[in-house]
Ligand binder design. Structure first.
Ligand code: ZN
Length: 510
Protein backbone atom coordinates (compact mmCIF):
# COMPACT_ATOMS: atom_id res chain seq x y z
CA UNK A 1 0.00 0.00 0.00
CA UNK A 2 1.11 3.44 -0.81
CA UNK A 3 1.42 6.06 1.83
CA UNK A 4 -1.61 8.33 1.36
CA UNK A 5 0.35 11.58 1.49
CA UNK A 6 2.81 10.43 -1.20
CA UNK A 7 -0.14 9.28 -3.28
CA UNK A 8 -1.78 12.68 -2.88
CA UNK A 9 1.42 14.45 -3.98
CA UNK A 10 1.54 12.43 -7.20
CA UNK A 11 -2.07 13.31 -7.92
CA UNK A 12 -1.38 16.96 -7.16
CA UNK A 13 1.56 17.06 -9.52
CA UNK A 14 -0.55 15.60 -12.31
CA UNK A 15 -3.39 18.01 -11.52
CA UNK A 16 -1.08 21.02 -11.65
CA UNK A 17 0.24 19.99 -15.03
CA UNK A 18 -3.24 19.63 -16.41
CA UNK A 19 -4.19 22.97 -14.93
CA UNK A 20 -1.29 24.73 -16.49
CA UNK A 21 -2.11 23.24 -19.89
CA UNK A 22 -5.72 24.39 -19.56
CA UNK A 23 -4.55 27.81 -18.46
CA UNK A 24 -2.35 28.23 -21.47
CA UNK A 25 -5.29 27.53 -23.77
CA UNK A 26 -7.23 30.14 -21.85
CA UNK A 27 -4.44 32.61 -22.37
CA UNK A 28 -4.72 32.10 -26.09
CA UNK A 29 -8.44 32.76 -25.96
CA UNK A 30 -7.72 35.99 -24.17
CA UNK A 31 -5.60 37.33 -27.01
CA UNK A 32 -7.18 40.49 -28.20
CA UNK A 33 -6.52 41.80 -31.65
CA UNK A 34 -6.85 45.47 -32.12
CA UNK A 35 -4.45 47.79 -33.85
CA UNK A 36 -5.77 50.61 -35.88
CA UNK A 37 -3.59 52.12 -38.53
CA UNK A 38 -4.07 55.82 -38.72
CA UNK A 39 -3.14 56.63 -42.21
CA UNK A 40 -4.83 59.52 -43.95
CA UNK A 41 -7.85 61.73 -43.80
CA UNK A 42 -9.68 59.49 -46.18
CA UNK A 43 -8.75 55.96 -45.23
CA UNK A 44 -8.77 54.31 -41.84
CA UNK A 45 -7.91 50.70 -42.28
CA UNK A 46 -7.58 48.09 -39.60
CA UNK A 47 -4.72 45.68 -39.58
CA UNK A 48 -4.16 42.74 -37.32
CA UNK A 49 -1.46 42.67 -34.74
CA UNK A 50 -1.53 40.83 -31.48
CA UNK A 51 -1.08 42.32 -28.10
CA UNK A 52 -2.31 40.95 -24.86
CA UNK A 53 -2.80 41.78 -21.27
CA UNK A 54 -3.58 38.81 -19.14
CA UNK A 55 -5.12 39.74 -15.83
CA UNK A 56 -6.72 36.83 -14.13
CA UNK A 57 -7.14 33.34 -15.32
CA UNK A 58 -9.51 31.20 -13.34
CA UNK A 59 -8.45 27.61 -13.02
CA UNK A 60 -10.54 24.61 -13.85
CA UNK A 61 -10.37 21.73 -11.47
CA UNK A 62 -9.79 18.41 -13.19
CA UNK A 63 -11.83 16.30 -10.78
CA UNK A 64 -12.47 13.61 -13.39
CA UNK A 65 -8.78 12.69 -13.66
CA UNK A 66 -8.25 12.89 -9.95
CA UNK A 67 -11.20 10.59 -9.33
CA UNK A 68 -10.17 7.94 -11.83
CA UNK A 69 -6.68 7.71 -10.39
CA UNK A 70 -7.55 7.57 -6.71
CA UNK A 71 -10.88 5.89 -7.00
CA UNK A 72 -12.13 8.20 -4.29
CA UNK A 73 -12.59 11.97 -3.76
CA UNK A 74 -13.50 12.05 -0.12
CA UNK A 75 -11.09 13.58 2.41
CA UNK A 76 -9.61 15.91 -0.24
CA UNK A 77 -9.78 19.71 -0.03
CA UNK A 78 -9.53 22.01 -2.99
CA UNK A 79 -7.12 24.92 -2.39
CA UNK A 80 -5.94 27.74 -4.64
CA UNK A 81 -2.29 28.46 -5.27
CA UNK A 82 -1.53 32.06 -6.20
CA UNK A 83 1.23 32.86 -8.67
CA UNK A 84 2.33 36.49 -8.97
CA UNK A 85 4.40 37.21 -12.10
CA UNK A 86 4.96 33.44 -12.31
CA UNK A 87 6.25 33.21 -8.75
CA UNK A 88 4.30 31.16 -6.19
CA UNK A 89 3.35 33.49 -3.34
CA UNK A 90 0.93 31.41 -1.31
CA UNK A 91 -2.19 29.31 -1.06
CA UNK A 92 -5.68 30.60 -0.31
CA UNK A 93 -9.06 29.11 0.51
CA UNK A 94 -11.14 31.22 -1.82
CA UNK A 95 -10.64 31.36 -5.58
CA UNK A 96 -11.51 35.09 -5.63
CA UNK A 97 -9.20 36.08 -2.76
CA UNK A 98 -6.48 37.60 -4.95
CA UNK A 99 -9.03 39.13 -7.28
CA UNK A 100 -10.62 41.02 -4.39
CA UNK A 101 -7.28 42.50 -3.29
CA UNK A 102 -6.59 43.66 -6.83
CA UNK A 103 -10.06 45.11 -7.30
CA UNK A 104 -9.68 47.06 -4.08
CA UNK A 105 -6.40 48.50 -5.30
CA UNK A 106 -7.97 49.45 -8.65
CA UNK A 107 -10.96 51.03 -6.90
CA UNK A 108 -8.63 53.07 -4.73
CA UNK A 109 -6.85 54.45 -7.81
CA UNK A 110 -10.08 54.97 -9.68
CA UNK A 111 -11.45 57.07 -6.84
CA UNK A 112 -8.38 59.25 -6.87
CA UNK A 113 -8.62 59.90 -10.59
CA UNK A 114 -11.88 59.30 -12.38
CA UNK A 115 -10.49 60.32 -15.76
CA UNK A 116 -8.30 57.26 -16.12
CA UNK A 117 -9.03 53.61 -16.67
CA UNK A 118 -6.76 51.65 -14.36
CA UNK A 119 -5.44 48.17 -14.84
CA UNK A 120 -2.92 45.86 -13.24
CA UNK A 121 0.29 45.24 -15.11
CA UNK A 122 1.23 42.08 -13.24
CA UNK A 123 0.48 38.55 -14.29
CA UNK A 124 -1.53 36.74 -11.63
CA UNK A 125 -2.49 33.08 -11.95
CA UNK A 126 -4.69 31.04 -9.66
CA UNK A 127 -4.11 27.32 -9.88
CA UNK A 128 -6.33 24.91 -7.99
CA UNK A 129 -5.02 21.89 -6.18
CA UNK A 130 -6.60 19.00 -4.27
CA UNK A 131 -4.83 18.34 -1.00
CA UNK A 132 -5.47 16.19 2.05
CA UNK A 133 -4.09 18.69 4.55
CA UNK A 134 -4.61 22.27 3.41
CA UNK A 135 -2.18 24.95 4.58
CA UNK A 136 -3.23 28.55 3.92
CA UNK A 137 -1.11 31.70 3.98
CA UNK A 138 -3.57 34.42 3.05
CA UNK A 139 -1.82 37.12 5.06
CA UNK A 140 1.35 36.53 3.12
CA UNK A 141 -0.51 36.60 -0.22
CA UNK A 142 -2.22 39.86 0.74
CA UNK A 143 1.06 41.48 1.76
CA UNK A 144 2.96 40.37 -1.29
CA UNK A 145 0.29 41.49 -3.73
CA UNK A 146 -0.13 44.78 -1.90
CA UNK A 147 3.60 45.45 -2.09
CA UNK A 148 4.37 44.35 -5.64
CA UNK A 149 1.21 45.28 -7.48
CA UNK A 150 1.71 47.73 -10.29
CA UNK A 151 -1.35 49.76 -11.15
CA UNK A 152 -1.25 51.28 -14.59
CA UNK A 153 -3.54 53.32 -16.75
CA UNK A 154 -5.15 51.92 -19.87
CA UNK A 155 -3.92 54.22 -22.60
CA UNK A 156 -4.05 54.74 -26.32
CA UNK A 157 -0.53 55.02 -27.54
CA UNK A 158 0.35 56.98 -30.68
CA UNK A 159 3.01 55.00 -32.49
CA UNK A 160 5.07 56.70 -35.18
CA UNK A 161 6.98 54.40 -37.53
CA UNK A 162 6.83 51.66 -34.95
CA UNK A 163 8.03 53.83 -32.07
CA UNK A 164 5.82 54.68 -29.11
CA UNK A 165 5.65 58.47 -28.79
CA UNK A 166 2.80 59.55 -26.53
CA UNK A 167 -0.02 58.05 -24.43
CA UNK A 168 -3.55 59.44 -24.23
CA UNK A 169 -6.55 58.25 -22.25
CA UNK A 170 -8.81 57.31 -25.12
CA UNK A 171 -8.73 56.40 -28.77
CA UNK A 172 -10.88 59.47 -29.48
CA UNK A 173 -8.30 61.73 -27.83
CA UNK A 174 -5.49 60.12 -29.82
CA UNK A 175 -7.41 60.77 -33.04
CA UNK A 176 -8.17 64.27 -31.88
CA UNK A 177 -4.46 65.00 -31.32
CA UNK A 178 -3.63 63.79 -34.82
CA UNK A 179 -6.42 65.85 -36.39
CA UNK A 180 -5.19 68.82 -34.40
CA UNK A 181 -1.75 68.48 -36.01
CA UNK A 182 -3.26 68.35 -39.49
CA UNK A 183 -5.35 71.42 -38.75
CA UNK A 184 -2.14 73.36 -38.13
CA UNK A 185 -1.40 73.00 -41.85
CA UNK A 186 -4.84 73.07 -43.44
CA UNK A 187 -8.16 74.50 -42.33
CA UNK A 188 -10.74 72.11 -40.95
CA UNK A 189 -12.91 72.98 -43.95
CA UNK A 190 -10.15 71.89 -46.33
CA UNK A 191 -9.63 68.75 -44.29
CA UNK A 192 -13.31 67.94 -44.56
CA UNK A 193 -13.28 68.60 -48.32
CA UNK A 194 -10.25 66.38 -48.73
CA UNK A 195 -11.96 63.51 -46.94
CA UNK A 196 -14.89 63.83 -49.35
CA UNK A 197 -12.62 63.73 -52.41
CA UNK A 198 -12.55 59.97 -52.88
CA UNK A 199 -16.19 59.38 -52.06
CA UNK A 200 -18.02 61.39 -54.65
CA UNK A 201 -17.44 62.23 -58.28
CA UNK A 202 -15.70 65.55 -57.95
CA UNK A 203 -16.03 68.20 -60.59
CA UNK A 204 -13.12 68.97 -62.85
CA UNK A 205 -11.03 71.98 -61.87
CA UNK A 206 -11.07 75.10 -64.04
CA UNK A 207 -7.95 76.95 -65.12
CA UNK A 208 -6.49 78.82 -62.14
CA UNK A 209 -8.25 76.65 -59.55
CA UNK A 210 -6.59 74.42 -57.00
CA UNK A 211 -7.71 72.10 -54.23
CA UNK A 212 -6.40 69.83 -51.52
CA UNK A 213 -7.01 66.17 -52.35
CA UNK A 214 -5.41 64.50 -49.36
CA UNK A 215 -3.88 65.34 -46.02
CA UNK A 216 -1.74 62.60 -44.55
CA UNK A 217 1.22 61.93 -42.35
CA UNK A 218 4.55 61.21 -43.91
CA UNK A 219 5.19 58.62 -41.20
CA UNK A 220 3.18 55.49 -40.58
CA UNK A 221 1.05 56.22 -37.57
CA UNK A 222 -0.85 53.70 -35.47
CA UNK A 223 -2.93 53.98 -32.34
CA UNK A 224 -2.51 51.01 -30.02
CA UNK A 225 -4.17 50.16 -26.75
CA UNK A 226 -1.46 50.03 -24.08
CA UNK A 227 -0.68 50.48 -20.42
CA UNK A 228 1.43 53.19 -18.86
CA UNK A 229 2.05 54.86 -15.52
CA UNK A 230 -0.48 57.64 -14.97
CA UNK A 231 2.32 60.23 -15.14
CA UNK A 232 3.01 59.28 -18.78
CA UNK A 233 -0.50 60.09 -19.96
CA UNK A 234 -0.76 63.40 -21.83
CA UNK A 235 -3.58 65.73 -22.68
CA UNK A 236 -4.58 66.27 -26.32
CA UNK A 237 -2.79 69.64 -26.35
CA UNK A 238 0.43 68.28 -24.87
CA UNK A 239 0.40 65.28 -27.18
CA UNK A 240 -0.06 67.59 -30.19
CA UNK A 241 2.88 69.78 -29.28
CA UNK A 242 5.12 66.78 -28.46
CA UNK A 243 4.40 65.27 -31.89
CA UNK A 244 5.00 68.54 -33.75
CA UNK A 245 8.04 69.70 -31.80
CA UNK A 246 9.81 66.38 -31.79
CA UNK A 247 13.09 65.86 -30.04
CA UNK A 248 16.76 66.33 -30.67
CA UNK A 249 17.79 63.57 -33.00
CA UNK A 250 20.82 62.95 -35.20
CA UNK A 251 20.56 64.42 -38.66
CA UNK A 252 23.11 64.43 -41.49
CA UNK A 253 24.98 67.66 -42.29
CA UNK A 254 27.14 68.47 -45.29
CA UNK A 255 30.13 70.76 -44.61
CA UNK A 256 30.03 74.08 -46.50
CA UNK A 257 32.72 76.66 -47.26
CA UNK A 258 33.82 78.49 -44.13
CA UNK A 259 32.68 75.80 -41.69
CA UNK A 260 34.71 74.77 -38.69
CA UNK A 261 33.75 72.43 -35.86
CA UNK A 262 33.01 75.51 -33.78
CA UNK A 263 30.73 77.19 -36.30
CA UNK A 264 28.86 73.96 -37.04
CA UNK A 265 28.34 73.33 -33.34
CA UNK A 266 27.05 76.88 -32.95
CA UNK A 267 24.70 76.48 -35.92
CA UNK A 268 22.99 73.53 -34.23
CA UNK A 269 23.20 74.81 -30.68
CA UNK A 270 25.68 72.10 -29.67
CA UNK A 271 28.97 72.11 -27.83
CA UNK A 272 32.05 71.13 -29.86
CA UNK A 273 32.38 68.21 -27.44
CA UNK A 274 28.89 66.96 -28.41
CA UNK A 275 29.77 67.26 -32.08
CA UNK A 276 32.87 65.11 -31.57
CA UNK A 277 30.80 62.51 -29.73
CA UNK A 278 28.33 62.41 -32.60
CA UNK A 279 31.21 61.92 -35.07
CA UNK A 280 33.60 59.26 -33.76
CA UNK A 281 35.96 59.55 -36.75
CA UNK A 282 36.71 63.23 -36.10
CA UNK A 283 39.06 65.03 -33.71
CA UNK A 284 39.61 68.73 -33.03
CA UNK A 285 42.55 68.62 -35.45
CA UNK A 286 40.60 67.13 -38.35
CA UNK A 287 40.66 69.34 -41.42
CA UNK A 288 37.06 69.51 -42.66
CA UNK A 289 36.44 69.14 -46.40
CA UNK A 290 33.64 70.94 -48.21
CA UNK A 291 30.85 68.40 -48.78
CA UNK A 292 32.04 66.13 -45.98
CA UNK A 293 29.15 64.43 -44.20
CA UNK A 294 28.84 64.93 -40.46
CA UNK A 295 26.25 63.93 -37.90
CA UNK A 296 24.71 66.77 -36.03
CA UNK A 297 21.70 66.71 -33.80
CA UNK A 298 18.77 68.95 -34.35
CA UNK A 299 15.21 69.14 -33.20
CA UNK A 300 13.16 67.13 -35.66
CA UNK A 301 9.38 66.78 -35.50
CA UNK A 302 8.02 63.29 -34.90
CA UNK A 303 5.37 63.75 -37.56
CA UNK A 304 5.31 65.60 -40.86
CA UNK A 305 2.09 66.54 -42.59
CA UNK A 306 1.84 65.95 -46.31
CA UNK A 307 -0.76 67.97 -48.16
CA UNK A 308 -1.47 66.73 -51.68
CA UNK A 309 -2.91 69.33 -53.97
CA UNK A 310 -4.27 69.43 -57.48
CA UNK A 311 -3.99 72.57 -59.56
CA UNK A 312 -4.88 73.50 -63.13
CA UNK A 313 -2.84 76.21 -64.82
CA UNK A 314 -2.55 77.67 -68.28
CA UNK A 315 1.09 77.73 -69.29
CA UNK A 316 2.89 78.88 -72.39
CA UNK A 317 4.67 76.40 -74.60
CA UNK A 318 7.95 77.95 -75.68
CA UNK A 319 8.55 77.77 -79.42
CA UNK A 320 11.28 75.56 -80.81
CA UNK A 321 14.09 76.89 -82.97
CA UNK A 322 14.80 75.09 -86.21
CA UNK A 323 17.82 75.56 -88.40
CA UNK A 324 17.89 75.18 -92.18
CA UNK A 325 20.99 75.16 -94.28
CA UNK A 326 21.10 77.81 -96.96
CA UNK A 327 23.75 77.53 -99.69
CA UNK A 328 23.15 81.13 -100.80
CA UNK A 329 24.46 82.56 -97.48
CA UNK A 330 28.12 82.47 -96.54
CA UNK A 331 29.19 79.93 -93.94
CA UNK A 332 29.22 81.43 -90.42
CA UNK A 333 26.33 83.79 -91.09
CA UNK A 334 22.64 83.26 -90.27
CA UNK A 335 19.31 84.83 -91.22
CA UNK A 336 15.93 84.59 -89.44
CA UNK A 337 13.35 83.28 -91.91
CA UNK A 338 10.41 82.96 -89.50
CA UNK A 339 9.92 84.41 -86.01
CA UNK A 340 8.77 81.93 -83.34
CA UNK A 341 5.44 82.25 -81.49
CA UNK A 342 4.80 80.55 -78.11
CA UNK A 343 1.89 78.12 -77.83
CA UNK A 344 -0.39 77.45 -74.85
CA UNK A 345 -1.46 74.41 -72.85
CA UNK A 346 -3.64 73.62 -69.85
CA UNK A 347 -1.74 71.50 -67.36
CA UNK A 348 -3.01 69.47 -64.39
CA UNK A 349 -0.41 69.54 -61.62
CA UNK A 350 -0.02 67.27 -58.62
CA UNK A 351 1.64 69.28 -55.87
CA UNK A 352 3.11 67.85 -52.68
CA UNK A 353 3.56 70.17 -49.71
CA UNK A 354 5.30 68.89 -46.57
CA UNK A 355 4.90 71.03 -43.43
CA UNK A 356 3.89 74.02 -45.58
CA UNK A 357 6.93 73.66 -47.83
CA UNK A 358 6.37 72.69 -51.46
CA UNK A 359 8.36 69.54 -52.12
CA UNK A 360 7.33 68.64 -55.67
CA UNK A 361 5.20 69.85 -58.56
CA UNK A 362 4.46 67.29 -61.24
CA UNK A 363 2.46 67.67 -64.43
CA UNK A 364 -0.09 64.85 -64.44
CA UNK A 365 -1.80 65.61 -67.73
CA UNK A 366 -1.79 68.35 -70.29
CA UNK A 367 -3.94 69.62 -73.11
CA UNK A 368 -2.35 71.78 -75.77
CA UNK A 369 -4.80 74.55 -76.67
CA UNK A 370 -2.55 76.49 -79.03
CA UNK A 371 0.34 75.04 -81.00
CA UNK A 372 3.58 76.99 -81.00
CA UNK A 373 5.18 78.23 -84.21
CA UNK A 374 8.84 77.41 -84.56
CA UNK A 375 11.48 80.02 -85.19
CA UNK A 376 13.29 79.16 -88.40
CA UNK A 377 16.84 80.26 -88.95
CA UNK A 378 18.78 79.83 -92.18
CA UNK A 379 22.35 78.82 -91.64
CA UNK A 380 24.75 79.64 -94.47
CA UNK A 381 26.74 76.81 -96.02
CA UNK A 382 28.38 78.77 -98.83
CA UNK A 383 32.15 78.56 -98.54
CA UNK A 384 33.94 81.89 -98.36
CA UNK A 385 36.46 81.93 -101.22
CA UNK A 386 39.97 82.62 -100.01
CA UNK A 387 41.27 83.37 -103.48
CA UNK A 388 41.09 86.98 -104.55
CA UNK A 389 39.34 88.18 -107.66
CA UNK A 390 42.37 90.25 -108.63
CA UNK A 391 40.14 93.26 -108.59
CA UNK A 392 40.78 95.34 -105.45
CA UNK A 393 37.98 97.22 -103.69
CA UNK A 394 38.49 100.58 -101.97
CA UNK A 395 39.50 99.56 -98.41
CA UNK A 396 37.64 102.37 -96.60
CA UNK A 397 34.18 103.93 -96.56
CA UNK A 398 34.95 106.74 -98.92
CA UNK A 399 37.59 109.24 -97.86
CA UNK A 400 40.43 110.65 -99.91
CA UNK A 401 44.09 109.95 -100.55
CA UNK A 402 45.94 112.18 -98.15
CA UNK A 403 49.38 110.92 -99.12
CA UNK A 404 50.47 109.13 -102.28
CA UNK A 405 53.06 106.42 -102.72
CA UNK A 406 56.57 107.68 -103.42
CA UNK A 407 59.48 109.55 -101.77
CA UNK A 408 58.43 111.71 -98.91
CA UNK A 409 60.76 113.53 -96.49
CA UNK A 410 63.63 111.51 -97.92
CA UNK A 411 61.92 108.21 -97.26
CA UNK A 412 60.03 105.95 -99.63
CA UNK A 413 56.32 105.83 -98.78
CA UNK A 414 55.34 102.24 -99.66
CA UNK A 415 51.61 102.82 -99.95
CA UNK A 416 48.86 105.36 -99.87
CA UNK A 417 47.18 107.06 -96.93
CA UNK A 418 43.40 107.33 -96.91
CA UNK A 419 41.73 109.83 -94.58
CA UNK A 420 38.34 111.47 -94.01
CA UNK A 421 36.04 108.45 -94.54
CA UNK A 422 32.29 108.49 -93.81
CA UNK A 423 32.70 105.55 -91.40
CA UNK A 424 35.85 104.25 -89.75
CA UNK A 425 35.33 100.64 -90.95
CA UNK A 426 38.31 99.21 -92.78
CA UNK A 427 37.39 96.64 -95.43
CA UNK A 428 39.30 93.77 -97.03
CA UNK A 429 40.22 94.86 -100.56
CA UNK A 430 39.68 91.34 -101.89
CA UNK A 431 38.96 87.74 -100.76
CA UNK A 432 41.87 86.19 -98.97
CA UNK A 433 43.44 84.73 -95.84
CA UNK A 434 44.63 86.92 -92.97
CA UNK A 435 48.34 86.16 -92.48
CA UNK A 436 49.02 88.81 -89.84
CA UNK A 437 46.77 90.58 -87.35
CA UNK A 438 48.47 92.45 -84.52
CA UNK A 439 50.97 95.11 -83.50
CA UNK A 440 53.92 95.87 -85.73
CA UNK A 441 56.07 98.82 -84.52
CA UNK A 442 55.68 101.91 -86.69
CA UNK A 443 52.70 100.30 -88.44
CA UNK A 444 50.79 100.17 -85.15
CA UNK A 445 47.88 97.71 -85.40
CA UNK A 446 48.35 96.00 -88.73
CA UNK A 447 46.46 93.46 -90.86
CA UNK A 448 48.04 91.60 -93.79
CA UNK A 449 45.83 89.67 -96.23
CA UNK A 450 47.21 87.15 -98.69
CA UNK A 451 44.80 86.99 -101.65
CA UNK A 452 46.25 83.66 -102.76
CA UNK A 453 46.60 84.88 -106.31
CA UNK A 454 50.02 86.47 -105.99
CA UNK A 455 48.62 89.63 -104.40
CA UNK A 456 48.92 90.81 -100.78
CA UNK A 457 47.47 93.90 -99.08
CA UNK A 458 48.57 95.64 -95.87
CA UNK A 459 46.37 97.82 -93.60
CA UNK A 460 48.10 99.90 -90.89
CA UNK A 461 47.52 102.31 -87.94
CA UNK A 462 44.15 100.62 -87.07
CA UNK A 463 42.66 101.52 -83.71
CA UNK A 464 41.30 97.97 -83.42
CA UNK A 465 41.42 94.72 -85.39
CA UNK A 466 38.38 92.43 -85.83
CA UNK A 467 39.99 89.50 -87.69
CA UNK A 468 42.50 86.88 -86.63
CA UNK A 469 45.52 85.25 -88.17
CA UNK A 470 44.35 82.45 -90.49
CA UNK A 471 40.81 83.76 -90.95
CA UNK A 472 39.35 83.68 -94.45
CA UNK A 473 37.87 87.08 -95.34
CA UNK A 474 35.66 88.25 -98.09
CA UNK A 475 36.10 91.22 -100.37
CA UNK A 476 34.50 94.21 -98.61
CA UNK A 477 34.33 92.46 -95.17
CA UNK A 478 35.15 94.67 -92.20
CA UNK A 479 38.53 93.81 -90.72
CA UNK A 480 38.96 96.62 -88.17
CA UNK A 481 38.60 100.29 -87.32
CA UNK A 482 40.67 103.18 -88.75
CA UNK A 483 42.96 104.76 -86.17
CA UNK A 484 46.29 106.46 -85.56
CA UNK A 485 48.39 103.79 -83.86
CA UNK A 486 52.11 103.43 -84.47
CA UNK A 487 54.03 106.19 -86.32
CA UNK A 488 51.05 108.25 -87.42
CA UNK A 489 50.12 111.93 -87.42
CA UNK A 490 46.33 111.56 -87.44
CA UNK A 491 43.50 109.10 -88.05
CA UNK A 492 44.07 107.50 -91.43
CA UNK A 493 44.62 104.16 -93.16
CA UNK A 494 48.03 103.34 -94.53
CA UNK A 495 47.41 100.85 -97.37
CA UNK A 496 50.06 98.83 -99.26
CA UNK A 497 49.71 96.42 -102.18
CA UNK A 498 52.19 93.69 -103.16
CA UNK A 499 52.18 91.70 -106.36
CA UNK A 500 54.37 88.57 -106.55
CA UNK A 501 56.44 89.89 -103.68
CA UNK A 502 57.03 93.42 -104.95
CA UNK A 503 55.35 96.52 -103.67
CA UNK A 504 53.14 98.22 -106.27
CA UNK A 505 51.27 101.49 -106.40
CA UNK A 506 47.79 100.82 -104.94
CA UNK A 507 46.33 103.57 -107.15
CA UNK A 508 47.04 101.43 -110.17
CA UNK A 509 45.15 98.47 -108.70
CA UNK A 510 42.12 100.20 -107.24
ZN1 ZN B 1 51.24 105.93 -95.08
Amino acid sequence: MLNTSIFAKIINTINKKIDLIKNSSLIEKNLKISKKIYNSASSNKTISSAFTVLLLTASVLPTVYAGSLTGETSGVTKVFNVYFDNEYIGTVKNKDFAKRIINEKLKENQEQNENYNFTVANDIKIVSENVFTPVYNEKQVKEKIGKAIEVKVVTYNIIVDGKSIVHLTSEEEAHQALEEIKSKFVSSKTLEQASQMKKANVKKLQVGESRVVDVAFYEEIAIEKAEAPASDVKSVNDATSILIKGTKRPVPYSVVDGDSLGTIAEKFNLRTRDLLTLNPGITENTLLQIGQKLNVSAVKPFVNVIVKKEEVRKVSVPYATQYKSDPTIFKGTTKVIQEGIDGEKIVDYAIIVVNNKTKSIKAVSQDVTKQSTPKIIARGTKEVPSRGTGNLAWPASGGYVSSKMGYRWGRFHKGIDIAGPSSLNIKAADNGTVTFAGWDGNYGNKVVINHNNGMKTVYAHLSSISVYDGQVVQRGQSIGIMGSTGDSTGTHLHFEVYKNGSVVNPMLEL
